[in-house]
Structure formats: C-alpha cells, structure tokens
Write a protein of this length. Structure first.
Length: 274
C-alpha cells in the first residue's frame, strides 16, 4: 500500500511520536512474527512481536492508547484465523488460543484487546479469562460484523496471511446478509464486549447504521486496506481530489453511526483537519 509499511519496534516508537503529535490518541497493533507455524505460537508468546511492542510503546509513550489485534492469521503457516484440524478450522481450540493471546497482550500492558477472528464464543471466553487472570478493566473491542471481503487483499499481502487453502467464508460473514450482523453484535454484547465493530466500512454503511440503531453500543468501523488503496490509487492517477474524497469517505462512516473510525489515512486526515 502506498505510504504504508511494516515497522520494527524501534521504528514504531518514532512513528508513535508522530501519531501523537498529529493529535491521534489510539493505535491498533498487528504483528508479523519472524517465523510462523501451524499452532500460531507467536500470537501468545510472552516475548512475541506484539507483546514486545506494547511494552516498548507503553514505556516510551504511556499516553498512547494501545488496542491489540487478537487473531491467529498473521501467525499461522497456513494463513487461516484459527487452529486447523483435518482441513477445517477448529472453533473450540481456536477460542482457547485466542483467550491465551488476549491474556498475554493484557499482561504486556495493552489498554484493550480486539478479537478479529470471528469464531463463535470467543468474546465470552476472552472476557472470562481476562477477569480470572486479574484484568477485569481491559475492554474488548469485538469485530462483531466482519465480512468475507476481497478488500482485505493488500493487508493479507503485507502480513503474508492469505490462506494457503480454501477461504474464510466458513467463519467470516456473507456480504449479502445484514441481519446476521445485528445478531452477532447482540451476542457479543451479551458475552461482554465493550465496543462493537463493522468491517469493512464504506461498502457496509447500512450495516453500521443498523448495528448502531439496534444496539446503541459504542461502535467502530474499519476502513480497510482495500478501501485505502483504491482511494490512494485514484488520487495518484489524478482521478480524484485525495483530500476531499478521503474526508468525504470518513465523514460518511461517521454519519452512518460509527463512534470510532480505524483508518490507514488517520495521520494524513488528522493533518488535514488540524
């Protein structure tokens, strides 16, 4: 993605300083380990890339709110978001590993955890484990309506997390189904979610509105890598006014009902709005 790259931990500290200076007070962290395996061991390693990054960021920039992505896809050798048994993702084993990952992030100092895997029951399991292990104040930002979308492509290339076989339609949502988003959101709230999320954002403005109206809960929307890349490519080709188009898109996401917008354009947009 133009203008977006992966950071080492030392580089991340400098980037965090720029983010704070731009007026942005929160960041969502994803990690790419040096090695991947079938059990995603790097996800819940106390010395894993995200865990080390959280500790370093909290020491250098304690005012930056750190939300950590809790998923296994960046850490599995096969690219799926869970533990694979006999060619299928095993929901229950995956949930155990996700809870273990969330605990390791909380122990490292994460301010909130964000499970993005779409496994059944993972919010409840993470909430229970956080409470049991002394982290009752760590909130959960639940990817409640994460659709199976081609717009994740640039991120998957960057994180080397494209599935080696099959796809993620078995656990991510059907783009044609809006009612399921509301059901999933309500289930996540019952299990202990503190904030909900819809992903992607722009193609699902109607879903953002429905989830917000029917739950009233704090709601985030994720302007994903493909959305960013389309806007950036059009701007680089001279087809659109980048600033105007990006701010219009971000405004539309907020207008639909999102309280929080996650975007690769955050730093640029903050500068434009200053």
């Amino acid at each position: 993605m133009p203008g977006v790259r992966r950071f080492s931990i030392s580089e991340l500290l400098n980037e965090a300083e720029e983010v704070l200076e731009a007026g942005i007070r929160a960041a969502l962290l994803f990690g790419v380990p040096a090695e991947k395996d079938e059990t995603a061991s790097g996800a819940y390693d106390d010395e894993g890339i995200v865990q080390l990054a959280v500790r370093a960021l909290k020491e250098a920039h304690p005012d930056l709110v750190l939300i950590t992505d809790v998923c296994l896809c960046e850490y599995t050798s096969h690219g799926h978001c869970g533990f694979v048994r006999d060619g299928e993702v095993d929901n229950d084993i995956t949930v155990e590993l996700l809870a273990k990952t969330a605990i390791s992030h909380a122990q490292a100092g994460a301010d909130a955890v964000a499970p993005s895997d779409m496994m059944d029951g993972r919010v409840g399991a993470i909430r229970h484990q956080l409470d049991e292990e002394g982290h009752p104040g760590v909130p959960i930002v639940a990817y409640s309506a994460k659709y199976a979308s081609p717009l994740y492509g640039p991120f998957r290339d960057a994180a080397e997390s494209t599935p080696e076989f099959g796809d993620r339609r078995g656990y991510q949502m059907d783009p044609a189904n809006a009612a399921e988003a509301v059901r999933e959101a309500k289930l996540d709230l019952e299990e202990g979610a503190d904030m909900l999320m819809v992903k992607p954002a722009l193609p699902y403005l109607d879903v953002i509105r429905r989830v917000k109206e029917e739950t009233g809960a704090p709601l985030a929307a994720y302007q994903v890598s493909g959305e960013y890349s389309m806007l950036k490519a059009a701007a680089q080709n001279g087809w659109i006014d980048e600033r105007a188009a990006v701010l219009e898109a971000l405004t539309a996401i907020r207008r639909a009902g999102a309280d929080v917008v996650i975007s690769y354009y955050a730093k640029e947009a903050a500068g434009w709005l200053a």
